[in-house]
Design a protein around this ligand. Structure first.
Ligand code: URA
Length: 193
């Protein structure tokens, strides 16, 4: 099965949702939680506020979006109605939604064959590590070896917006990543085979 066929199958499974698939090239795969409103409207992952924040962090460690394949665990925007405005607002994906997208995420990893996977937040970390039970508080900022790729768990950039105490932890984690990348930059950034 090709990636396009797998995407079509997923679109048939969720006929009433606008799906936002991963995009990009390169052997570094970045996995977020689920698209927000701006991502849904653009049909592209991480283009809204969280995306801008993310691009800023990437820039700090010398990574360009063009070196990355960027995706989310859940491919549609999970929403609920705001009691104030009665309009859809973002909510975290449910366990059922996460589970529904796991097989595709694992196919996606197989299609992309990343050398390094960077997960943003707990949902992405847990999705990659299942059935192991892991939490971001324990593993953030550590380079972990998985079968076929390295895994580096980071907090979600949105968590850093809401909890300013996380900023220094996040920046220290980014430094670890930066040094690791620096040592492997040729392999990760330029090798396309
Ligand atoms: N947050 C995510 O996890 N993914 C996006 O694409 C946007 C915001």
């Amino acid at each position: 099965m090709t990636k396009e066929q797998a995407q079509q199958a997923l679109a048939q499974q969720f006929p009433n949702q606008k799906l936002v698939f991963g995009e990009g090239e390169g052997r570094i795969m970045l996995i977020g939680e689920a698209p927000g409103g701006e991502e849904e409207a653009a049909g592209r992952p991480f283009v809204g506020k969280a995306g801008k924040n993310l691009n800023g962090f990437l820039h700090q460690i010398g990574l360009e979006r063009s070196a990355l394949y960027v995706t989310n665990v859940v491919k549609f925007r999970p929403t609920r109605l705001s009691p104030k405005t009665n309009r859809p607002i973002n909510r975290p994906p449910s366990q059922k939604e996460i589970r529904a997208f796991l097989p595709f995420l694992h196919q996606e990893i197989a299609f992309q064959q990343p050398r390094l996977v960077i997960t943003l937040g707990n949902v992405a970390l847990q999705a990659v590590c299942l059935p192991e039970k892991v939490v971001i508080g324990q593993f953030h900022g550590q380079m972990l070896r998985r079968e076929g790729f390295w895994l580096f768990p980071l907090y979600h950039p949105a968590a850093v917006i809401y909890d300013r105490n996380l900023l220094s932890v996040y920046e220290a984690d980014l430094q670890v990543l930066k040094e690791w990348l620096h040592q492997r930059k040729d392999e990760l950034l330029y090798c396309k085979e």
